[in-house]
Design a protein around this ligand. Structure first.
Ligand code: RIB
Ligand code: CA
Length: 304
C-alpha cells in the first residue's frame, strides 16, 4: 500500500491533538513534517504541544516552528476552548525533543522539494504558514497534491456569526490560499459540527490504553462541545476525508474570503454557481458520524 506523504500544519490544540494522533498512528500516512503557528495558543505553546505529542507516540517526525502572528491582523488566541497550555491539564512526561532549526516555511519547502511525488498538505490552524509558502515559493504549488483545510463555513461561524476560527485568525492568509489555484478540500463547520465524538466514544477512551487515557484527559478539559452532548472533532475530519472520502459528502464551489468589515474571516461560496464558472474548493457538507466514531476508536485502540 502506498502511504500518503503529508505535511501537517497545526496549532495544538486539543482537537489538533486528536488529529495528530490519527496522522502519526495510521499506517496509511507518511507524516514527513509537522509545522506549527500561533492559533489556539501562542506558537511557543503550539510547538511545545506538537513536540509533546510526537514524543508521546515515540515518532521520528520533525517539528518546525512557524508564524508567531497572522500576516496583518493582531493575534487572538482561543485558550478559552483549549486551556492556557492549549492541551488541558494532562501531564506529559518530560523529554528533550526540540523543534528543528528551520522555520516552518523553509521546512515545508524542503519536504516538497525532496519528494518525487506530490505531497498532501493538511492545514488545521490559521493559514499563515501556508500563505507564506505559496507567496515565497509559488513554483512549489505543483508539488502539492491537495490542501485539506479544517476551516471556514458555508453558514454561520464559531468566532463571529460569520467566521470560523482558523479563517478568522488570519483572513488575509486564507484569501491568498483560496486564490492560489492549489486544489483545496475545505472541512469547515458544515461537516465538523456534525463530526462529534459521541458520549459513548468519550467514555470508551480510557479503556483504550495510554493513548485513550491521554485523549480522554484532554477532552475532559476541551470546551469544543461537551462530553455529554458530543465533542467537536474539527481537525480530525481532514484525515478522515483522506482515508474515507466516500463517507463524506462534498460540493464543488467557488469560495472566497472576506478580509474586512463585520464579516471578516467569512468563507463566502458562490452557491448559485452564478458568478464563477470554475470552482476552487471541494467543500465537505456531510459525514457518516457513526462510522467516524467507530473508526476513531479503532485507530486509538490499535496504538495500545
Ligand atoms: O474552528 C475550529 C478550529 O479552530 C480547529 O482547528 C480548532 O483547533 C481551532 O484551531
Ligand atoms: Ca486546530
Amino acid at each position: 500500500m502506498n502511504k500518503i506523504p503529508i505535511i501537517m500544519d497545526t496549532d495544538p490544540g486539543i482537537d489538533d491533538a486528536a488529529a495528530i494522533t490519527v496522522a502519526l498512528n495510521s499506517p496509511e500516512f507518511d507524516v514527513q513534517l509537522i509545522t506549527t503557528m500561533a492559533g489556539n495558543v501562542t506558537v511557543d505553546k503550539t510547538t511545545l504541544n506538537a513536540l509533546k505529542l510526537v514524543e508521546f507516540y515515540h515518532k521520528d517526525v520533525p517539528v518546525a516552528k512557524g508564524a508567531d502572528k497572522p500576516l496583518l491582523r493582531n493575534y487572538e488566541d482561543s485558550s478559552y476552548i483549549h486551556g492556557e497550555s492549549g492541551m488541558g491539564e494532562y501531564e506529559f512526561s518530560p523529554h528533550q525533543r526540540r523543534e528543528i532549526d528551520l522555520h516552518a516555511v523553509q521546512a515545508m519547502k524542503e519536504v516538497l522539494e525532496k519528494n518525487s511525488e506530490k505531497v498532501t498538505l493538511v492545514a488545521v490552524g490559521a493559514l499563515t504558514n501556508v500563505a507564506l509558502l505559496l507567496m515565497e515559493y509559488p513554483e512549489l504549488k505543483r508539488k502539492i497534491k491537495e490542501l485539506v483545510i479544517m476551516g471556514g463555513s458555508l453558514s454561520s461561524g464559531n468566532v463571529t456569526s460569520a467566521a470560523e476560527f482558523n479563517i478568522y485568525a488570519d483572513p488575509h492568509a486564507a484569501k491568498i490560499v483560496f486564490q492560489s489555484g492549489v486544489p483545496i478540500v475545505m472541512a469547515g463547520l458544515d461537516v465538523t459540527l456534525k463530526a462529534l465524538l459521541s458520549p459513548k466514544s468519550f467514555e470508551t477512551l480510557p479503556s483504550l490504553g495510554r493513548s485513550g487515557t491521554m485523549l480522554h484527559s484532554l477532552f475532559s478539559s476541551y470546551r469544543g462541545g461537551t462530553p455529554d452532548k458530543g465533542l467537536q472533532m474539527h481537525d480530525v475530519c481532514t484525515l478522515f476525508y483522506l482515508l474515507y472520502p466516500e463517507k463524506i459528502k462534498t460540493e464543488d464551489l467557488f469560495v472566497e474570503v472576506a478580509t474586512e468589515g463585520p464579516a471578516i474571516g467569512a468563507t463566502v461560496a458562490d452557491i448559485q454557481r452564478k458568478y464563477h464558472k470554475n470552482p476552487n474548493t471541494k467543500v465537505c457538507v456531510d459525514i457518516d458520524v457513526d462510522f467516524f466514531n467507530q473508526w476513531f476508536l479503532e485507530v486509538v485502540g490499535k496504538i495500545g
